[in-house]
Ligand binder design. Structure first.
Ligand code: GDP
Length: 437
């Protein structure tokens, strides 16, 4: 999976990392994702700075409140973010002295051979800039005084950053990544899967309750395509009882599904589909979004005889209404077929956007009407004259006929099945409308 160079903003609380991040990406219209009203630990954006492509990462939330029970772990994770970075942008605050911790951080990163740019933030005036002597202890040439709030000297930081990046190749940043909502019950392994897809541990996975975040987005590239994975872990804190948690989970999934291009419903291969899986699958179908089903923890069941067949039958018996969706047996633990999720997501998205020529549709209609004459709800025959595709994502088909009354639902689903058999549309729900005309 080809990825962009990563530039990671690191710094202590309140130095203005997030403001700086927002300014760096907000000054150009290349922000690839922004989910208003959602809290995230690491925010990632692909953007072009000084004519060069970079993945900019804000680790803002990693240093959350000091009361955070796992702050040690969270902090350690921020270190790991720094380690995974090609360039570290260490953000400092000019309004207070350099902290010993910051000096240590700088020295440590330097020792590990990291390329570091030091941005001293909140330098709102030239007079303030003259008083920065203390900060030059860190190694003069890399120090860039900026003010995120007053847009001061941001060009200098951008130029320095661009200087660290390779010239952009033909493979430009994809301006519209495919948004994949990774949804499912708690503990089915959503975060682990997303981590696995990234090829490195980017999200926090912890077996302890109360440790997952609200939402974390990850941007990655595979086969020349950019994916934005919207991970919806973090439901544990939302309700006390199992029922409450389920409801909260479903609500949340609904939100990410609305914002996604493709839904990936992750289930636990040992126990699927559950009631909540079914509820989420319903949401996916009703939203009209393309869907990929992933039965995770395959490593735990693959030893059983005919496990795949048994699970497949069980899944599609209960989730018959999404039988159009591909089902993958994956393991975040071993990595088996995990990358296929992305390939399938791309494939079902393509299918959902496909158009069938009107003459092909009408040839199909003619054959179908002869073999299966359409009926209305109350069992009367209907004359259908022709058919067109009225839209995509999801594909919408409009039948024009003489009667104003609806077709019988059973006939509709039968008709759609025949349509699928003829034209495919794997992974996407279909819509059918009947119009007088
Ligand atoms: P989430 O709540 O859906 O994001 O689930 P997590 O990613 O936090 O995973 C929950 C637990 O399942 C963790 O203890 C993981 O280590 C474990 N887990 C996740 N995927 C797999 C897998 O493929 N196989 C096995 N054996 N364990 C897994």
């Amino acid at each position: 999976m080809k990825k962009l160079k990563r530039a990671v903003l690191i710094g202590f609380p309140n130095v203005g990392k997030s403001s700086l991040f927002n300014k760096l990406i907000g000054r150009r219209k290349s922000l690839v994702h922004s989910l208003p009203g959602m809290t995230r630990d690491a925010v990632t954006a692909a953007c072009r700075i000084g004519g060069r492509d970079v993945e900019l990462v804000d680790t803002g939330g990693f240093y959350g409140s000091v009361e955070e029970p796992l702050s040690g772990k969270v902090r350690e994770h921020a270190w790991r973010e720094a380690e995974g970075a090609d360039i570290v942008i260490l953000v400092l605050d000019s309004r207070r002295d350099l902290l010993p911790g910051e000096e240590d951080l700088y020295a440590d990163l330097k020792k590990r051979g990291k390329r570091i740019l030091v941005a001293v933030n909140k330098v709102d005036s030239a007079a303030q800039e003259a008083r920065l002597g203390d900060f030059y202890r860190l190694g003069g040439e890399d120090i860039i005084p900026v003010s995120a709030e007053h847009n001061r000297n941001l060009e200098a930081l951008e130029t320095a950053l661009a200087g660290e990046l390779p010239p952009s190749t033909e493979e430009r940043v994809d301006r519209s990544p495919l948004r994949v909502a990774v949804v499912g019950r708690i503990n089915v392994g959503k975060s682990s899967l997303v981590n696995r897809m990234c090829g490195e541990e980017r999200l926090i996975v912890s077996p302890l309750p109360g440790t997952t975040r609200d939402s974390t987005d990850v941007l990655l590239r595979r086969n020349g395509r950019t994916f934005l994975l919207v991970d919806t872990a973090g439901l544990r804190k939302m309700g006390r009882t199992r029922d409450d948690r389920e409801k909260a989970g479903i609500l949340r999934s609904k939100k990410s599904i609305t914002q996604a291009d493709v839904v990936c419903l992750v289930m636990d291969a040992r126990e699927c589909p559950t009631r909540q899986d079914t509820a989420i699958a319903h949401l996916a179908r009703d939203s009209g979004k393309a869907l990929v089903l992933a039965a995770n923890k395959w490593d735990l069941v693959s030893g059983e005889p005919s496990a795949a067949r048994r699970i497949r039958e069980n899944v599609f018996r209960k989730l018959e209404f999404v039988s159009y969706a591909p089902l993958l047996f994956v393991s975040a633990k071993t990595g088996v077929r995990v990358a296929r999720i992305l390939d399938e997501a791309a494939a079902v998205y393509e299918e959902a956007g496909r158009r069938v020529e009107t003459h092909e549709l009408n040839a199909f209609l003619e054959r179908t009407l002869a073999a299966h004459p359409p009926l209305t709800k109350d069992g009367r025959r209907v004359k259908v004259k022709y058919m067109v595709q009225g839209g995509v994502r999801p594909p919408l088909f409009i039948l024009f006929g003489h009667s104003g009354s609806r077709l019988a639902p059973a006939y509709e689903s039968h008709f759609l099945n025949l349509l699928r058999r003829e034209f495919g549309f794997r992974g996407t729900p279909l819509r059918l409308m009947f119009r007088r005309g």
